[in-house]
Design a protein around this ligand. Structure first.
Ligand SMILES: [Zn+2]
Length: 116
C-alpha cells in the first residue's frame, strides 16, 4: 500500500488510536474492567482530534453540522441524523447508551458484563 493510499483510506486515524494505547492502556493500565473507558476515551479523543485536524470529520458529524448549522438540534435530531447517515435505525442503541440506567450490552457481545 502506498503512503497516499494509507492516508486516504482512514487507517491513519486507527493507527493513531492504537499507538495512543502505548500510553493509555499499556503505560497506565486500568485498575478494573469498569475503568477501561480511561484507555478508550483517551484513544478515541486523540483519534478524533487527528481526524478533525485533517478535515475528515465523520460523515455523521458533517451531516449534523450541515443540517443544523446556525440553528438548534436536539438529541432526537441527532439520533435521526445518525440513523440517516448509517442507513439503519440507531435509536434503540443510542437511547440505551444515553438514557439507560444500566450499562447496555456490548453490540455483538451480549455475554460481556460490567463489574458491579
Ligand atoms: Zn482502543
Amino acid at each position: 500500500m502506498t503512503k497516499e493510499g494509507f492516508e486516504n483510506n482512514g487507517m491513519d486515524g486507527v493507527v493513531l488510536h492504537e499507538v495512543s494505547h502505548e500510553w493509555f492502556g499499556n503505560s497506565v493500565s486500568p485498575k478494573t474492567w469498569s475503568d477501561l473507558w480511561l484507555n478508550e476515551g483517551h484513544a478515541v479523543f486523540y483519534q478524533d482530534a487527528w481526524i478533525a485536524a485533517r478535515g475528515l470529520q465523520s460523515q455523521i458529524e458533517r451531516a449534523w453540522v450541515r443540517d443544523h448549522a446556525n440553528g438548534i438540534g436536539s438529541t432526537e435530531d441527532f439520533i435521526a441524523t445518525a440513523s440517516k447517515v448509517a442507513r439503519t435505525e440507531l435509536g434503540p442503541f443510542l437511547r440505551s447508551w444515553l438514557y439507560g440506567t444500566k450499562l447496555p450490552a456490548m453490540p455483538g457481545h451480549p455475554d460481556w458484563k460490567a463489574a458491579a
